[in-house]
Design a protein around this ligand. Structure first.
Ligand code: RM4
Ligand code: MN
Length: 392
């Protein structure tokens, strides 16, 4: 790497030290496709053990102090006790994810179901999730709806939007002053013809109607192939409506692979928009991982994912904004593009190693984790019981 000017290094290092990335409890449990779930030895058997694994990721990366929960996958008797357990481990409970997609009642939808009783049950669950937030000190409620239809004519599109708006309004009204609602969209699946919140525009329209504590969350795997996600980032940032990300990567559909694995350049372009808007920290944007590690070792994969986000962030921070603006103002198409590509092609790994040393961490988080013997330890300890996975 060409030597960085000391002031550039100091500026970039400070931002990297401040960055926060939230990991997801379900990434530590067993997961798979609809064809097969391959269990792994040492997988957590309850939310307490998931938090222990998440704490290990934070121990070696220093930038992942919060863990998203999924209700009811992370159902416990006493959420305050779970939050205390997290604190003892050096982490905190992060975003609460609602789940209104795994009950037989939701075959025709949850909050958009034609049956008012089912809609009431679904809204009840969303309100319960806010109770969990109150007990755990979580700031954000993340809503993702599998709702939609499989066949043209199956249900009325506008009526379903009306039902959705009613459910969101009731949930929004229950939020505390410091709490937010993050509305996630997804193009398709499990509904195949029409999804009730298929894109950022629909999510944005509902959030606008609700108020300022309703914001859009971008799951990077939830778009049509070729979608310019960084454009969506820029537009939502400009509108003050970007609440967070569910990072992951995809080759085909919602693959939930490690962020930065399929397309590190896309991740860089997204983070470039974030850095340009000075929204890396202090703007409340939640940078979360929403991934499943079906065949790879889970904790190591989460660490790798955190490092991938850090590397893309470091590159984005290295973009020379003055040179970029000058080239743009001159109409210098290739010059402007080169400024961006120069940053993207920089090997930022030495910089990140030294940032970690500054933070008192091992410069090589994956090596340090492997040498710690943690996986061997939990493999030996976590025998018996039922491993955590989908469908709790
Ligand atoms: C959904 C969506 C949600 C996540 C679940 C597991 O597709 O991405 O964010 O909580 O999957
Ligand atoms: Mn998601």
């Amino acid at each position: 790497m060409t030597e960085l000017a000391p002031e550039t290094r100091a500026r970039v290092a400070a931002r990297l030290r401040d960055q926060r990335i939230e990991t997801a409890s379900w990434a530590y449990g067993n997961s798979g496709t609809r064809f097969k779930v391959f269990p792994q030895e040492g997988v957590p058997r309850d939310p307490y053990e998931k938090l222990a694994d998440a704490a290990v990721v934070h121990r070696y990366t220093g930038v992942a102090p919060t863990v998203a929960l999924h209700i009811p996958w992370d159902l416990v008797e006493d959420y305050a006790d779970l939050a205390r357990h997290a604190t003892e481990l050096g982490v905190r409970v992060g975003t609460i994810n609602s789940n209104v997609f795994q009950d037989n009642d939701y075959k025709l939808g949850s909050v958009t179901n034609p049956d008012a009783g089912v809609r009431r049950k679904a809204i009840g669950h969303l309100l319960e999730c806010i109770d969990v937030m109150d007990r755990t000190g979580s700031r954000d409620l993340k809503l993702w709806f599998s709702d939609g239809t499989n066949y043209p004519g199956q249900d009325d599109v506008r009526t379903r939007q009306d039902r959705l708006a009613v459910a969101l309004a009731e949930t929004y009204a229950r939020l505390g002053d410091e709490q937010r609602m993050l509305l996630e969209y997804k193009l398709f699946e499990p509904a195949f013809y029409m999804t009730d919140v298929p894109d950022w525009g629909t999510a944005y329209a509902h959030c606008i109607a609700l108020g300022e504590r309703a914001q859009v969350v971008i799951d990077t795997g939830h778009h049509a192939p070729g979608t310019n996600i960084e454009f969506i980032v820029a537009v939502l940032l400009r509108a003050g409506k970007l609440g967070g990300f569910d990072f992951n990567s995809r080759f085909y559909a919602d693959d939930d692979l490690m962020v930065g694995a399929a397309d590190p350049f896309q991740l860089f372009r997204i983070l470039h928009e974030i850095v340009l808007a000075d929204a890396l920290s202090g703007r409340g944007i939640a940078f979360m991982l929403d991934q499943c590690h079906n065949i790879e070792p889970k904790i190591q994969a989460v660490i790798r994912s955190v490092l991938n986000v850090q590397e893309a962030t470091a590159k984005a921070l290295l973009v020379d904004h003055a040179a970029l603006k000058a080239a743009q103002d001159d109409g210098d198409v290739l010059g402007a593009n080169e400024v961006l590509m120069d940053a993207y092609h920089t090997d930022v790994r030495p910089l990140l190693r030294s940032v970690r040393e500054d933070m008192g961490l091992d410069p090589d988080p994956i090596g340090a984790y492997k040498r710690s013997g943690y996986l061997e330890k939990v493999r030996a300890e976590r025998v018996g019981g039922t491993q955590a996975g989908w469908g709790a």
